[in-house]
Design a protein around this ligand. Sequence first.
Ligand SMILES: [Zn+2]
Length: 350
Amino acid sequence: MRSLEFEALLDISARVGADPLLVQGAGGNTSIKEVGTLWIKASGLWLAHARKRDVMVPVALDPLLEALERNDPATEKAQHFVISEMNPSGLRPSIETTVHALMPQKVVIHVHCVETIATAVQTNGAAITAERLAGIPHVFVPYARPGLPLAKAIAERLQENTSVLILGNHGLAVAAETVADAAMLLTDVSRRLTAQRRQAPATDLAALSRLAVDSAYCLPDDVRLHAVATDLESCRIAAGGSLYPDHVIFLGKGSVIAAPGETAVSIETARTEPSESLPPLLLFPGKGVLVEKTISAGALAMARCLADVTARIPATARLRYLSDAENAELLGWDAEKYRQQLNRAGQALQ
Ligand SMILES: [Zn+2]
């Protein structure tokens, strides 16, 4: 039988997962440590569905921590540490299991909070965070690829009383002894990091309809996606490259910005490698965006995230984009391929 705290964790997971300003698609994860077992959200599943289906996987905590001490590559996927007899559905643990294991508190909530990301992509993100989170024991962890590199970067910086991790170019983790305290901390941190949001000019729907003619693209149902292109500052920020891992995983490296005179069809035909898959999202500066007609739910959620994050980055901010090597490392990573595969499998899992 599940404990009351476990039930409370499922409630907060579903709530947090349904808020696109905190979690997008299969991103973000929650965990609870109970008698030597770390229950963590499964890779590729949505926190939003925590009350609709089984999303938690049991992992043996001590063996995982010992393996982390040894820098054992098996910790990359954490699958090796799943307690199979308690995991009849055969789910795989989140690729971010090590973040949860390293924090000693009972409950950990990791989110891709857009307010945090908008801060954590700035070159002076650590200084901004230190000022805004004064009084909360927190650590700023510079970007490292999720998995073993991120675990090592966290382990090097974690203090005994650390309850908040700001992950550079990535997101936020909060930890507490109870679900209620973790939820309160999450609210407090995201409120403190809340930045002013630029209001985007109107979308040029007529122009976008013309630009989509005869192409594999259409207008998105969610009109909020357009802000990244109608707001020229946001568009410039997006044009600079990829800012956080899930963008790369679900939308590809960087963003595709249409040049003057280009249409969706001309972008499609200009691709050098015809075998290459189409970019899920096209930005038309000053007009709005088009999405691939077959876009996955995960990519749509990340397109919304791009509009939400860029709108919160000040026009004068200096940004740290993911390097070519960091982009390539994310796209070539086996554990992420599994998550992409689940994303393509789509609604069957939801
Ligand atoms: Zn994450």
